[in-house]
Design a protein around this ligand. Structure first.
Ligand code: ZN
Length: 64
């Protein structure tokens, strides 16, 4: 079996990505780390945190 990412022969465990691609463990770990980084450090959580802070400020201002 060959890795669909780097084309190298897979030795040992095979990593199956979310999209169903067969990857070697090195490529799989790298892909997983990139996905986790995009979710945790990307704009989604940051935007949500900012909007939540903004909503709280607006609520506080409206009450006063
Ligand atoms: Zn690979």
């Amino acid at each position: 079996m060959r890795c669909e990412q780097c084309g190298g022969k897979i030795r040992g465990r095979t990593y199956t990505s979310v999209t169903g691609r067969k990857l070697c463990q090195r490529c799989g770990t790298r892909l997983q780390g990139r996905t986790a980084g995009a979710v945790n450090g990307g704009g989604i959580s940051g935007r949500r945190a900012t909007s939540g802070w903004y909503a709280r400020v607006r609520k506080a201002m409206g009450k006063r």
